[in-house]
Write a protein that binds this ligand. Structure first.
Ligand SMILES: [Zn+2]
Length: 229
């Protein structure tokens, strides 16, 4: 009886919160439908998608064989990534990954030869944040494509400083030997997953660690977004 009463009160309370403070879309402030979280479906649709011509001009770096991204990094996307990384909005990572999974199925890659490797966070940073956003994105991709996610292959051994204000040379120094591949790699192709591709320094450092372990490995970098230039 007490449990039911508690449940009843909890529901009234939740209903009250939703009535007076209905959850709104972070981008457009529209009231969210029951199946939407943080960002409404219309706003997801409105984020501009990456084009082949922009992608072809990107510097893949020395260790990445192919580079893909679903969206163009714009102001709206920046807000989304901020919520995902610094505001504990974990569901955004999964949603992002599911959309990326749908997109990946249209790219001609032998998916059954692949594994997904999210860019690892340093253990200290992961403890502070409580989760790794790239891992959430990879999980979302895996739900759609059934490609397995492998999180113990590469370890981040350097707790690197934030790179936002660094130029490319500084980023390369910052990321030098930041990762190590700690076990044998059986898969033929690895898809490295991250939220944003800027200069590609981080992903290339992960790729280098894995190619040191297995020279003939094919490496695809797949990020949620990339700036136009
Ligand atoms: Zn919206």
């Amino acid at each position: 009886m007490l449990t039911r009463l508690r449940h009843f009160i909890k529901n009234i309370f939740k209903g009250g919160i939703d009535l007076f403070f209905p959850p709104l879309c972070l981008n457009c402030n529209a009231k969210l439908a029951d199946d939407e979280q943080v960002i409404c479906n219309q706003c997801w649709q409105a984020i501009p998608q990456m084009t082949d011509s922009i992608l072809s001009k990107k510097d893949k770096g020395k260790f990445v064989d192919n580079l893909y991204s679903l969206w163009l990094f714009d102001e709206n996307f920046q807000n989304i990534v901020h919520e995902l990384k610094y505001n504990n909005c974990r569901s955004l990572g999964l949603k992002m990954g599911q959309r990326m999974g749908d997109h990946l199925k249209n790219i001609k890659i032998p998916l059954d030869e692949c594994i997904l490797v999210p860019v690892p966070l340093h253990a200290i940073k992961k403890r502070e944040r409580g989760y790794n956003q790239s891992e959430l994105i990879a999980k979302g991709i895996s739900e759609i494509t059934k490609i397995p996610v492998v999180t113990n292959l590469v370890k981040r051994i350097k707790n690197t400083a934030t790179q936002t204000k660094m130029n490319k040379k500084e980023r390369i120094e910052n990321m030098h030997r930041a990762f190590v591949a700690q076990s044998e790699i059986v898969a033929k192709t690895v898809i490295i997953v991250d939220d944003v591709y800027t200069t590609g320094t981080t992903i290339n450092s992960v790729a280098e660690a894995m190619k040191n372990k297995k020279g003939n490995l094919k490496i695809i970098a797949y990020t949620a977004a990339m700036p136009e230039s």
